[in-house]
Ligand binder design. Structure first.
Ligand SMILES: *Cc1c(COP(=O)(O)O)cnc(C)c1O
Length: 455
């Protein structure tokens, strides 16, 4: 018998009682959001027209290290949390590495990803404020699914604008959302000004996240008793996702294991930010040192090739501007199969941590990702989401380096979800038809030219 168990489950009573806000321990804070009309730091009153009040407070709070998790949210969490921390014994053996690999598995709920952690919090605060419903966008469909589950639970209407190509390619995701009572509209639609404008300018447009965000914000602003919610990028979402890192830290402490490297995939940065937060807090306070690695697709390389600048969060420029690593708000990522990693920007907190040299970032191509996904599925039994497999790829690469150097490093990564709705992409890979796309410098320069000029 191995001394460390294959799976470490915390008891329900060990579920964290508060989220951890890493911004409180950052000496240099992420830059403030700017109002898109005045270009001055945005007032909470302006944000409250779009977002729920309590969530605006969380968004702007960069001083409170802990924010209590309301009892009703903790009760909901207990349906699927604490999630297991798994020692990847079989993957280690297949790689022949002396490294220890651990992963935190967030795919154990119907939404199939970590997104439910924030969806339930956002739906709870919307209900507590007495709202009728919320609007949102979804790209690959995971966020829309998670939000529809949470809204159904709290008795809120849920209107999802789903990027049109996903709406057509992923009818099963759509039906999960409808089963939970959500109203799903393919975007760009003709039901909003933003959607009509894009449909007129680009007939037959198959949609993008930036465009679906504009539609969802507009729909919320025009309807009494509605607000807009977002599943990534924002500080509040990182805060809710800190539950992943807090549980991971508790489990590792119980095992007596100190991580050396913590790895996660980065789309808008919420799962990675949540996973690394408590570890980053120790690093910021000078208590411990860790290496943190963000992994992004080579086709949408905001952290590794983007500019650190103020940019719009959406195509329609209705949301506040954010200082972040960005490829430009008009950047159209190629049809990467990891739909959840196709956003042009990145969380401002992670952007600032990268800029301060406290975190590293790397990018991987799609075929490298699916090779890792296949090996992981065959060794560890779980069929991973393509997004999650970005983290698997780099965890495997780091473990192989240990095989060469003989180091017994402790590698921890976030396994954000399962890939059952991504079998079209797996099919392309299995047929040897998957193509890698890496944008040229010229293409990126073209997009950077459209960044707003702000000092
Ligand atoms: C949405 C999603 C991601 C990426 O989003 P982040 O906000 O960067 O965490 C990663 N994995 C899965 C399974 C997702 O659904």
């Amino acid at each position: 018998m191995n001394t460390i168990p294959y799976k470490t489950y915390l008891h329900e009573t060990e579920l964290p009682e508060a989220w951890y806000n890493v911004r409180a321990d950052m000496k240099k804070k992420p830059a403030p959001l700017l109002d898109p009309t005045t270009l001055k730091p945005v007032e909470s009153s302006a944000l409250e027209k779009v977002f729920c009040k309590e969530l605006v407070d969380q968004e702007l709070d960069d001083t409170s290290p802990y924010i209590a998790i309301p009892g009703e949210i903790r009760d909901f969490y207990r349906m699927f949390r604490p999630s297991p921390l798994i020692r990847a014994y079989f993957l280690e053996k297949a790689l022949g590495t002396p490294a220890e690999i651990y992963y935190k598995f967030e795919g154990n709920n119907t939404s199939g990803s970590h997104k439910l952690n924030s969806a339930v919090a956002q739906a709870y605060y919307a209900k507590a404020q007495g709202l009728k419903g919320v609007t949102t966008e979804t790209g690959a469909g995971q966020w829309g699914t998670a939000l529809s589950m949470a809204c159904q639970f709290f008795g809120l209407d849920c209107h999802v604008y789903m990027v049109k190509c996903s709406y057509e390619q992923k009818p099963h995701r759509r039906e999960v959302m409808r089963t939970y009572g959500a109203d799903v509209t393919p975007s760009p639609s003709m039901t909003t000004e933003a959607g009509r404008r894009i449909n007129e300018a680009h007939p037959g447009a198959t949609g993008s996240l930036g465009c679906a965000i504009s539609e969802a914000v507009e729909a919320a602003m025009n309807r009494e008793g509605y607000r807009y919610v977002l599943g990534s990028v924002l500080n509040q979402v990182l805060l809710h996702q800190s539950i992943i890192g807090l549980e991971t830290k508790t489990a590792l402490d119980k095992l007596g294991v100190k991580a050396d490297i913590v790895i996660g995939c980065a789309g808008g940065g919420s799962n990675l930010g949540g996973l690394i937060s408590p570890f980053m807090g120790e690093k910021l306070r000078g208590e411990n040192d860790y290496r943190f690695i963000a992994v992004e697709p080579a086709s949408c390389p905001s952290l590794t090739r983007g500019r650190y600048a103020y940019d719009y969060c959406d195509t329609g420029r209705v949301c506040p501007l954010m200082k972040m690593y960005t490829l430009g708000h008009d950047y159209m990522p190629s049809a990467s199969h990891a739909g959840g990693l196709r956003y042009h920007g990145m969380s401002s907190t992670l952007s600032e941590l990268l800029d301060q040299g406290l975190m590293e970032a790397t990018s991987v191509t799609q075929t490298q990702v699916f090779e890792a996904a296949r090996m992981f599925a065959r060794t560890e039994g779980i069929l991973p989401a393509p997004e999650s497999a970005h983290a698997i790829r780099v965890a495997m690469d780091e473990a192989v380096k240990c095989r060469e150097s003989g180091e017994k490093k402790k590698i921890v990564f976030g396994l954000t979800g399962t890939g059952y709705f991504d079998m079209f992409a797996y099919g392309k890979f299995n047929d040897g038809e998957m193509k890698d796309y890496i944008p040229s410098d010229a293409e990126l320069e073209e997009s950077f030219r459209k960044l707003p000029k702000i000092d």
